[in-house]
Design a protein around this ligand. Structure first.
Ligand SMILES: C[S@@+](CC[C@H](N)C(=O)[O-])C[C@H]1O[C@@H](n2cnc3c(N)ncnc32)[C@H](O)[C@@H]1O
Length: 397
């Protein structure tokens, strides 16, 4: 199992493969009884990468092969964070894997892992494996207390949430031990391997976080309305809205990428939804002869609200990411707003904790578009039980 985890982490850390996609496509290669632990070590290592690496690197003088870097970091994570796993098994497996990388690393691996211990630090960015610049930015934008809550949240193992498909199920179908009702059609799913569960295959449920569900509810779609979801793939919020509309009305669900448009179509089919019309469109220049009752702009963003669920963002993020995202987000909002009916609703949302991508965008938009007024603005901070999201609701006067 550890060899599998090491290979998986090498893909994510050194080859930029997405962690959730890797797991979805490869977790079945692990014995069923080991899958929960493998997942925990895989995500836990990525979430705590900076800290774990700092714990072992003081014992290593020379630069190592990147594969060794991954091996020592994942072994350190297990030694420092997992109580129930015996240390000898962790070290033993690590030495065997090191031998496969290069025989010369066996002794070093053994020596380093016998010495490694937690480091005491006042640096919260290091403690929670964030880049210093992000922690600094959070502190200046949201204050020290919120910054710390968000930093802690980035190393949380969150529960898995699923949305019951109200079109083809009843509450009684979910009256099972593995489902714990949270609100409306949203449940915590306590089972393993969600994609292979019968209920997923039958289109009875979809994975959706509480905050993401909140955004779909915030749009407040009604039966028989015409809705535009202009950054829609993979379609989570479009599907949730279609279910809220009881599959009556019309949703144009567009995305820039053709392969991502297919994800929307396939999921609508799986769920038995036929009011969703998927298409490939660039929302910055999309033209339409239709006007919409509601438009959702769930724009591409830096993702600082979903670091625990998508920890690879922590590995690769640089402040320069914002340089292209911020103008792109604004240009999407600025273009699609013209298709909101008078009296209609425009919702702007992100899964990031960064005021420059959130409140500041809305401030700028309202200054330029006197025909819109702000109805409500909401930030869900990432914390022990959920990811972080921002949403703003505007109405066309
Ligand atoms: C935050 S994700 C959307 C998630 C989606 N709303 C959901 O709930 O499943 C942002 C999406 O915007 C798409 N995107 C990026 N640039 C775009 C553009 N110029 N026009 C339309 N879509 C774009 C990305 O491909 C990505 O799928």
């Amino acid at each position: 199992m550890r060899k599998w985890i090491w290979k998986a982490l090498d893909e994510v850390v050194n080859k930029d493969v997405y962690s959730n996609l890797y797991l979805r496509n490869h977790l079945h290669e692990v014995d069923e009884k080991d899958r929960a632990l493998a997942t925990r070590i895989f995500y836990g290592t990525i979430q705590n990468y900076r800290y774990c690496k700092a714990c072992w690197s003081k014992y290593v003088k020379n630069k190592l092969n990147p594969k060794m870097d991954v091996l020592l970091t994942m072994s350190t994570y297990q030694l420092l964070f997992l109580d129930k796993v015996p240390s000898y098994a962790i070290v033993n497996d690590a030495v065997n894997i090191a031998k496969k990388i290069n025989m010369k690393y066996a002794g070093l691996t053994n020596a380093v892992l016998h010495k490694v211990k937690p480091i005491e630090t006042d640096n919260m960015a290091l403690k929670y494996s964030l880049p210093d610049w992000l922690y600094k930015m959070w502190t200046s934008q949201y204050g020290q207390e919120k910054a710390l809550v968000m930093a802690k949240a980035s190393v949380n193992i969150l529960p898995m949430y699923v949305r019951r498909n109200v079109l083809n199920t009843n509450e009684s179908d979910f009256d099972l031990d593995m489902f714990v009702r949270v609100q409306d059609a949203l449940y915590i799913y306590k089972g393993n391997d969600y994609f292979h569960h019968d209920y997923y295959q039958k289109g009875y449920m979809s994975a959706q976080d509480e905050g993401s569900f909140e955004i779909a509810k915030f749009v407040d779609p009604q039966e028989n309305e015409r809705i535009l979801d202009c950054c829609a793939a993979p379609g989570t919020k479009s599907m949730a809205m279609a279910e809220m509309m009881h599959n009556k009305g019309h949703i144009d669900a567009y995305d820039l990428h053709a392969h991502r448009k297919d994800l929307i179509e396939n999921d609508a089919k799986r769920l038995g939804i036929d009011i969703i019309h998927a298409g490939v469109q660039d929302a910055t220049e999309f033209k339409s002869s239709n006007m919409y009752d509601r438009i959702l702009c769930d724009v591409p963003c830096s993702g600082y609200g979903v670091l625990s669920r998508k920890p690879d963002i922590k590995l690769h993020m640089v402040p320069e990411d914002m340089d292209t995202l911020i103008p792109l987000q604004y240009s999407i909002l600025n273009n699609v707003c013209q298709y909101v009916k008078v009296g209609g609703t425009l919702v702007y949302s992100t899964c990031t904790m960064n005021k420059k991508e959130n409140e500041k965008q809305i401030e700028k938009f309202l200054k330029a578009h006197k025909e819109f007024s702000l109805v409500e603005e909401k930030t869900i901070f990432s914390n022990a039980t959920q990811d972080g999201f921002y949403m703003a609701k505007l109405v066309r006067k």
